[in-house]
Design a protein around this ligand. Sequence first.
Ligand SMILES: [Zn+2]
Length: 161
Amino acid sequence: MREIRVLGDPVLRTPAEPVEGFDRELRRLIDEMFEAMYAVDGVGLAGPQIGVPRRLFVYDINRRKGHMINPVLTVDDPEEVLDEEGCLSVPDRQTGTPIYATVARAAGVTVEGFDRLGRPQRVKARGSLARCFQHETEHLDGRLYVDRLPKPDARKIMLRT
Ligand SMILES: [Zn+2]
């Protein structure tokens, strides 16, 4: 089982490289990412979160399940929506569960990328799936949801990790 990396691990702050080979190794990696995500009841997981600095993520949220390789995110509806958001890589030191905070995100996005066989795919999303796509895509650029919070709020979260 792949270990989930937490805040303080440099891999989470390193921009990930594009996936190049659509081979068996990639398909195994995707399976392992789902396994690691389900093991901790997550709804999304990006490569860097298991120490793989590659541009891909998996998700399973509100009955929308999938994976996206080399994603490019476009904002379709920039209206800001506030909602609770947590991250498997930002766990509370005492409980081990994700710390949640209210984060502003765009209401609607489209993600374009490739599937495990290298076929182009595009998913349009609103609501929690749109939030998930924005969160996971940011992981690939070495960013975390705490970066979007006011500094004092981010600091409070850091103290709990
Ligand atoms: Zn996350």
